[in-house]
Design a protein around this ligand. Structure first.
Ligand SMILES: NC(=O)c1ccc[n+]([C@@H]2O[C@H](COP(=O)([O-])OP(=O)(O)OC[C@H]3O[C@@H](n4cnc5c(N)ncnc54)[C@H](OP(=O)(O)O)[C@@H]3O)[C@@H](O)[C@H]2O)c1
Length: 316
């Protein structure tokens, strides 16, 4: 990117509202090269939470680029409806609906055993519960959905991803993670009054750190690992969990396709497979800082503690 677009890009990012809304997307898009129309031909993609919002948009975009897409959903009926919608947009798309609740570690193990071919794994499923809830394995729900399920699924599928080299793993995090430090002292959010927005942001911070740690571990295997945030997009998740925010931002929100653009790009563009890009946090096709506030910076020891915790809770 030349100097003026780069300056505009950074200013929009730091000012948050222009960068996160569709204004940022429309500004930056002017400087992007189109992806080759068959960039994912012959590739197998697994996307969690693919029946709705960004997951469905990412599935549509990747199917359009020729990928065979496995739509991982917890409700097969909603999955079949999403499949029909995608087929209407991309006739002849190779789609398969798989049922899996990613917060349930036994279900993740069962699903992983059905995957024998894989090039791109997208951890997109997300939730923001109003009250603290636990899964059948006794894990706090946002932790299980955003961190433990994806950690386990990644670990179980690494042998399959190795065969599809250059394999890619993408965590769909959130700009909300900028507000929270890595909380390895209380990962299950047992201390203090539970706040769903905070729990969400804490676990989205964990995703960014996990992408970095997985990226380092898988570098020698030629597998790249990324985290990304979509900005603010009008999806059922946003209108359902944050109706006030969705109302205020209204027409400025991105559509789901704009929010999912960087997920598709990381999966399909050459850049997403380059070793030097691994472990980074992306927004609108560019790497972004993982911290803006000094108080959110974690130490190497805290990162190691997150890894140990995830390994212990997900025993493979
Ligand atoms: N939209 C935004 O502006 C925005 C901003 C920042 C980050 N994000 C992130 O983007 C991702 C997609 O969110 P979205 O906005 O597209 O929301 P969404 O429309 O609510 O989609 C979330 C998807 O995750 C699925 N899901 C939730 N828990 C699951 C579980 N335990 N197992 C399997 N699937 C599960 C949901 O399935 P059901 O339909 O069955 O509930 C749904 O398909 C999330 O990770 C979210 O944190 C979105």
């Amino acid at each position: 990117m030349s100097v003026l677009p780069r300056v505009l890009d950074v200013v929009a990012d730091r000012a948050v509202v222009p960068g996160y809304t569709k204004l940022g997307f429309l500004l930056r898009r002017r400087f992007w090269d189109p992806l080759p129309p068959d960039a994912l031909r012959g590739k197998v993609v697994v996307i969690t939470g693919a029946n709705s919002g960004l997951g469905k948009a990412a599935a549509t975009g990747m199917a359009r680029l020729g990928a065979e897409v496995r739509l991982v959903v917890r409700d097969p009926q909603r999955g079949e409806r999403a499949k029909a919608d995608i087929l209407a947009e991309v006739p002849g798309a190779a789609l398969r609906v798989d049922r899996c609740d990613v917060s349930d570690l036994d279900d993740v193990r069962r699903f992983a055993a059905t995957v024998s071919e894989l090039d791109v794994l997208v951890h997109n499923a997300g939730t923001m519960p109003a009250a603290r809830a636990e899964t059948t394995q006794g894990n706090e729900l946002t932790l299980a959905t955003h961190v433990l399920g994806p950690h386990l699924l990644t670990g179980l599928l690494v042998p399959v991803l190795r065969e599809g080299v250059p394999g890619r793993v993408i965590f769909v995090s959130s700009g909300g993670m900028y507000t929270q430090p890595l909380r390895v002292d209380d990962p299950q959010y047992r201390e203090g009054e539970y706040n769903g927005t905070k729990a969400y942001a804490r676990t989205k911070r964990m995703q960014v750190v996990l992408a970095l740690l997985w990226g380092r571990r898988l570098e020698c295997d030629g597998i790249t690992v990324h985290s990304t945030h979509p900005g603010w997009a009008a999806t059922p998740g946003v209108t359902g969990s944050l109706p006030g925010f969705a109302k205020v931002m209204g027409p400025l929100l991105r559509d789901a396709g704009q929010g999912a653009d960087t997920v598709i790009w990381l999966a399909a563009a050459e850049e997403g497979g380059r070793p030097e890009t691994t472990g980074r946090f992306w927004h609108d096709r560019a790497p972004r800082p993982a911290h803006y506030l000094p108080r959110t910076r974690e130490t190497a020891a805290q990162r190691d503690a997150l890894w140990q915790f995830c390994e212990e809770r997900t025993r493979r």
